[in-house]
Design a protein around this ligand. Structure first.
Ligand SMILES: *Cc1c(COP(=O)(O)O)cnc(C)c1O
Length: 401
């Protein structure tokens, strides 16, 4: 058999029309702050069903802008699940806020109303400013239930939807899309290359709140205001009644978190393929689900609760390594030798040295149980059905032998 190419756990799909869109953007007058930014934002807002979408330089910036937009600051508390990428917690630390880590369900990896309620017992009278559910693996967290718990403490939800662009779900028979902000103040997306839709680096914030949207859009670009109607200092802004053509006002301390036109062009082109990418990921996951029962009970796919149509950012299995008599490192390396890349999502954030130094040792047993077993298998929209067969076959050989 000829050597099959190495299969990474995730990889972008870039097609000829993506290249053409980028080339066209590179020949345009504006490489950044041009018309493609607003076009990408409008198309994205429409796709996810939000009033506003604000493009930014990456998913971490999107989360930071959400914290800034909500006015999260020193002494405030933000609750995030510990089973996530570090950025979910770091965005609060950028603002000097404290992170209280919530545990997760050991089978889904998702924060639940119960684990959120437990985390809320640990905030110690400090103001809770936001709760950040993570749609791990593309599976929507139970937003209505989380909202009920968070709302009781006066805190809005901010969704970390880095995994969930293209996820649709049904709560109480109402069809919803991740990003429509039906239950949250803001939703944050990432367009990193391993995510379902990519701009190389990129992110998006969606919201239905007009004032929040305006604040986030300004903070993305230094806190600068360009609309004369909103100027607060007549001396800089106006020559008598007439606005000075060069005038702008910095009214708050913002950042340069802009997404250039060149990348917005790629985003627009990729967005048009999102449904196809999600459909393909779901077909591949279906194939995994058909083949994996052969490896039960050692291996089983991560549980998917109420989500009706996950975009499946990752295809995660939970493996009983103890029963298999092998460590995760051994299994990963044996798969790698067979040309199959896997990854672990994630080391619980509360165990990272930075957070241990801040908050000490904590035991969050659901996250530990999930972390001990999880392994992300290859899932790319560009994979063939046969690739799934090859992965499951190899995993069977590795665990059996
Ligand atoms: C990728 C990711 C982020 C950060 O996105 P970047 O675009 O890499 O900054 C945040 N949260 C989660 C859960 C992610 O997977």
């Amino acid at each position: 058999m000829a050597d099959a190419p190495f299969l990474a756990y995730g990889r972008q799909v870039i097609e000829d029309d993506d290249l053409a869109a980028v080339a066209q953007a590179l020949r345009a007058d504006f490489l950044t702050t041009g018309p493609r930014v607003a076009q990408f934002e409008a198309a994205f807002a429409e796709k996810v069903g939000a009033r506003h979408a604000i493009a930014c330089s990456n998913g971490t910036a999107a989360l930071h802008l959400a914290m800034l937009g909500l006015g999260v600051g020193p002494g405030d508390v933000v609750i995030a699940p510990t089973l996530t990428f570090a950025a979910t917690a770091n965005c609060a630390r950028y603002q000097g806020a404290e992170v209280v880590f919530a545990d997760v369900d050991p089978d889904t990896g998702l924060m639940t109303a119960d684990t959120l309620a437990e985390a809320m017992t640990r905030i110690g009278g400090r103001p809770l400013k936001a709760v950040l559910p993570v749609h791990l693996n593309g599976h929507a967290a139970d937003l209505p239930a989380l909202k009920r718990v968070a709302e009781a403490a006066g805190a809005p939800l901010v969704e970390d939807a880095a995994h969930a662009v293209g996820t649709a779900m049904t709560f109480d028979n109402v069809p919803e899309r991740v990003g429509d902000c039906r239950h949250s103040a803001l939703t944050c997306f990432s367009f990193h290359p391993v995510k379902t839709l990519t701009t190389g680096e990129g992110g998006m914030v969606t919201t239905n709140d007009d004032a929040l949207a305006q604040r986030v859009a300004r903070l993305r670009s230094h806190g600068i205001v360009r609309e004369p109607a909103d100027f607060v200092d007549p001396e800089i802004g106006f020559d008598g009644e007439a606005p000075n053509p060069w005038a702008y006002e910095q009214q708050a301390l913002g950042y340069n978190y802009r997404l250039p036109d060149v990348l917005c062009a790629l985003g627009l082109s990729q967005l048009a393929k999102l449904d196809r990418f999600v459909e393909r990921r779901r077909q591949l996951a279906q194939r995994y689900n058909e083949l994996l029962p052969a490896l039960a009970p050692l291996v089983r796919p991560v549980a998917q609760p109420w989500t009706s149509r996950s975009a499946l950012h990752l295809f995660v299995v939970l493996i009983d390594f103890t029963a298999a008599g092998q460590t995760r490192r051994q299994v990963m390396e044996a798969l790698r030798a067979k040309g199959i890349g896997t990854q672990v999502h994630y080391i619980p954030v509360h165990r990272q040295p930075y957070y241990r130094a801040l908050y000490g040792e904590q035991t969050l047993s659901g996250a530990e149980a999930y972390y001990a077993r999880c392994l992300s298998l290859p899932l790319q929209a560009g994979m063939a059905d046969g690739d799934v067969d090859r992965v499951v076959g190899a995993l069977g050989e590795v665990l059996g032998g």
